[in-house]
Unconditional design. Structure first.
Length: 348
């Protein structure tokens, strides 16, 4: 060990501990806004505590999910529009949890970058807090990693981890049967899957992120960064009302591959493509890329971000409940004998 005043410091190696501490202090109010019943400790400890009994559970089963945002991050980085990418991160995790019948309880994030920009990082994490608050999950911890040499040119990465709970025996899917009705909840756009393809299509179009959006208001970059919709609270309300047999979050694999994940052997989802209009963003992507209909349906959500399989005698009441919760609901099909997904009709 040396006492020389000209020795190399950690900051000179590219890691600024003071900046990390400043970030923690800045985001504490945002995390505090996400507190819910069961939250025990705030940010800053070596671990985070959560009290299941205080959250109201008697015989709980825990459910965990982890996800990222994929290359949608690259558009956020290139445009500097980072305020909603944290909502995407939360949504990709908690929308999966609710498909198991679980209520999201708490969330942790992992943010990695080459050079910590406190203002940028705070905007990202404040978006995470917004997503947590909207889905009833407490933001109780996370990790900020400054890794020079690993990330370059302002690049960063995000990962999220959500834990939820349900009472024992309340897990989904359960009871899916022939004749069940399929309800589709509208998406906000592309959500957070297929962005490697999206970026390739934009490159083919010759448009820049700051060009006027060819399918809506604002710039192309801003339009493609529309955050993933959070379905948690309306979905939980529907589950608690009774009659929901399964939910499927429409992510990678689209409508072709996700609904079959919640169906028993011997049953198929028959989906009527004429039951809703293909949103303009997907029509533009499809036309610009010359996509086939099967490729479109396997790549994107095509305007349906969450699917519920419900008892026929509860379909009308549940659709009304979901609409009252702010969702746009379409009756898109039924469960019938077979395997996989069968499409009928065509987009309006």
């Amino acid at each position: 060990m040396t006492d020389r005043t000209n020795g190399l410091t950690y900051a000179e190696a590219g890691v600024d501990i003071d900046a990390g501490n400043a970030l923690v202090e800045r985001i504490k109010p945002a995390a505090k806004r996400t507190d819910r019943a069961g939250t025990v400790s705030g940010l800053g400890g070596f671990g985070a505590l959560f009290d299941l009994k205080a959250a109201g559970y008697r015989d709980p089963v825990l459910v965990a999910a982890t996800d990222g945002v994929g290359t949608k991050l690259k558009i956020a980085i290139d445009t500097g529009l980072v305020d909603t990418i944290g909502i995407d991160l939360v949504a990709m995790c908690v929308n999966d949890l609710v498909c198991q019948g679980a209520e999201p309880l708490f969330f942790l994030d992992y943010f990695a970058t080459g050079k910590l920009d406190v203002d940028q990082a705070a905007r990202i994490i404040e978006g995470i807090a917004e997503g947590c608050a909207a889905s009833g999950a407490a933001l109780i911890g996370g990790e900020t990693a400054e890794m020079p040499g690993m990330y370059h040119g302002g690049d960063f990465d995000l990962a999220g981890f959500a834990v939820g709970a349900m009472e024992r025996g309340a897990d989904l899917p359960k009871g899916v049967a022939e004749g069940d009705v399929i309800l589709g909840l509208a998406s906000n756009g592309v959500h957070s899957n297929g962005y490697s393809f999206v970026r390739k299509v934009v490159e083919r179009s010759g448009l820049g992120w700051d060009a006027a959006s060819p399918f809506g208001a604002g710039t192309l970059g801003a339009a493609l960064l529309a955050p993933t919709r959070l379905y948690v609270k309306p979905a939980l309300a529907a589950i608690r009302a009774g009659g929901v047999h399964a939910l499927a979050h429409i992510t990678g694999g689209g409508l072709t591959e996700n609904p079959p994940r919640v169906l028993p052997d011997g049953l198929a989802a028959r989906i009527d493509l004429g039951a809703w209009s293909l949103p303009p963003v997907f029509r533009w992507l499809s036309d610009t890329a010359g996509m086939s209909r099967p490729e479109l349906l396997k790549t994107f959500n095509c305007g349906i971000g969450m699917v519920l399989v419900v008892a026929p005698d509860r379909a009308g009441a549940l659709a009304d409940l979901l609409r009252d919760g702010g969702e746009t609901v379409h009756v898109i099909g039924r469960i019938e004998p077979g395997e996989g997904v069968r499409y009928t009709g065509d987009f309006a």
